[in-house]
Design a protein around this ligand. Structure first.
Ligand code: RTP
Ligand code: MG
Length: 147
């Protein structure tokens, strides 16, 4: 089953949005495979966002993502990578549609509440960066045949 890496960023944790965000993916019909509250080291942040290291906002991005605890998660389900990106909305919350997480809960591009893997390759890489295999749980959920 397809898996993706999602993370409530430090602004989302501080603004009490963990429950709201988890709830949206649960209600959609995806299954949680792993989750933890953690503070990201600079090394992990620089690795996670390595694709942006030449961008002018890279320093601010690393400072922000390490500035407080994040809620890291692995979710699974059919087409979960692309669907979660749709549920998150556009990177810039000003352009994110109402009904999306960023459209409903964020204003600034630097504080956009949630991260989600943007491709199967990113998902595999990011899950490996944030989780040990034994932290991920495979289980059959009662009711999954109704999704
Ligand atoms: P993320 O990786 O955090 O899920 O966000 P994303 O895929 O939607 O956007 P991406 O292009 O990967 O950018 C990563 C994060 O960098 C910040 N950013 N700032 N100041 C700017 O112009 C700018 N552009 C991007 C955003 O916080 C974005 O989430
Ligand atoms: Mg990205």
């Amino acid at each position: 089953m397809e898996q993706t890496f999602l993370m409530v960023k430090p602004d989302g944790v501080q603004r009490n949005l963990i429950g709201e965000i988890v709830s949206r993916f649960e209600k959609k019909g995806f299954q949680l495979a792993g989750a933890k509250l953690m503070t990201i080291s600079r090394e992990l942040a620089e690795n996670h966002y390595a694709e942006h290291k030449e961008r002018p906002f890279f320093g601010d991005l690393v400072n922000f993502i390490t500035s407080g605890p994040v809620f890291a998660m692995v979710w699974q389900g059919e087409n979960v990578i692309a669907t979660a990106r749709n549920m998150m909305g556009k990177t810039n919350p000003g352009e994110a549609a109402p009904g999306t997480i960023r459209g409903d809960f964020a204003v600034q591009v630097s504080n956009n509440v949630i991260h989600g893997s943007d491709s199967p390759e990113s998902a595999e890489r990011e899950i490996g960066l944030f989780f040990h295999e034994e932290e991920l749980v495979q289980y059959e959920k009662a009711g999954s045949s109704w999704i």
